[in-house]
Design a protein around this ligand. Sequence first.
Ligand code: ZN
Ligand code: ZN
Length: 413
Amino acid sequence: MAPVIALQNGLIIDGTGADPLVKSAVLVEGPNIIGVGPSDRLSIPSDARVIDVGGRTILPGLIDAHTHLGSTDLGPEVLTSQPLAVWAMKVSQVIENTLDAGFTTVRDAGGIDGGFAQAVAEGHIRGPRILPSGAMISQTGGHGDWRQRYQEHLSPTIPGLTALPAICDSPDDARKAAREQLRRGATQIKVMAAGGAMSPADELATTQLTVEEIAAAVHEARAVGKIVMAHTYSPASISNALDAGVLSIEHGNFLDEKTAAKMKTLGAFLVPTITTYELIDTFGESYGVPAFNLEKIRFAKNGCFESLRIATAAGVKIGSGSDLLGPMQPFKAMELSLKASVLGPMAAIVSATRTNAELLGLADRTGTIESGKWADIIVVEGNPLDDIDLLRNKDNVRLVMKEGAILKDALEV
Ligand code: ZN
Ligand code: ZN
């Protein structure tokens, strides 16, 4: 059996929101944490592998609850403009970079199926644990319908590799699509309940899918102990999703007080994704994002901080996602900086660790540094409570451990 690993001499921010522990250590045996506390009070086995982190900060591995790891380039033509082998290699680079930026778990909000999750789980590539949604469920002409107005067909999906949107126009369609995603390894179902910024043929303020269509997907997810995440913007779209039984409200940029109260009552989470609006607003034009989409991005960006304030005031649980696409993929941790501008740095960290773990149904395994949980741990240069922006730079993430395995070690650099 491999020796116990002791991460010594760190400032521990454990993800619970508790005050940091100075000069402290974490003991890891196999995949699990077996001890946490001040270095001088923790009994470290004599044969332990001791790693002195030099006073740096020890945090739970970050969780991104809304990624699109398959979005290697901007635009839906990503799958038809290059050999799929090339695309798959690019996805694996996105996955490795996400780990190097400090993320040990991600929930993918559509575009890849269980194949990439399996490749990571079997150790073929370094990466965070991936919870894939498979294909997004969208209505004809909805946010997941990537066809340009002049196009008739979407490219066919290749099971085990791609997961192109499932176009559904009835509860039966949605039921079948949900079952198909679950068959292919989805750990949750993703539905498009509103128009979206990057889609070619819809408007943000609209509702999409009927309550009955969403409810059919929710029924199938619940039947196997899983939840549904819904892309939303307007109060009407959020309300439809809630009425159908959705517990993970994505974006929600135009949330109002009344709908926030409904979310609180039903125990739904809000997953703001502020980073994607900031970055596409700033860089989208240079990346060739069409004016029609940029206009929608700017409209959505106007609402995201206010909706975060409204949700927080209503006591809604706040998860954390980045929703980044194409060349913006490396900036997932920027979401913590943006959230911190409203919530403060500690609440931003809790949202991307403990709260996200709860949202993903993994609260008993990850999200905090506590005995008995998986050793999903990162060591960062500096103290993110003093400077949350340091997480934006992946070079500040010096060590990444997932289930006790050290997958990045740059402590000596
Ligand atoms: Zn979305
Ligand atoms: Zn998304």
